[in-house]
Design a protein around this ligand. Sequence first.
Ligand SMILES: [Zn+2]
Ligand SMILES: [Zn+2]
Length: 74
Amino acid sequence: MRKNVMTCPKCENPTVPVTRDGATTQVCAACDTPDRTCTWCKVAMSKRLVGNGTYLHYLCPKCRFQHTAKFAVT
Ligand SMILES: [Zn+2]
Ligand SMILES: [Zn+2]
């Protein structure tokens, strides 16, 4: 039986449900969030949604530099 998990049409990664304005939306953390490169290493940082989809957490795979940004979908 297929699990009730929506996959992203672009990258086919599972989307995560986030609640915005009282409605639950499926968001692909990989595609629907802006990319960010590490200030020092200039490599692409891994990203994930935190705070029920209201914040983006970036992590550099090399130096472990972390950055959090407000994430709002219009
Ligand atoms: Zn995607
Ligand atoms: Zn770095």
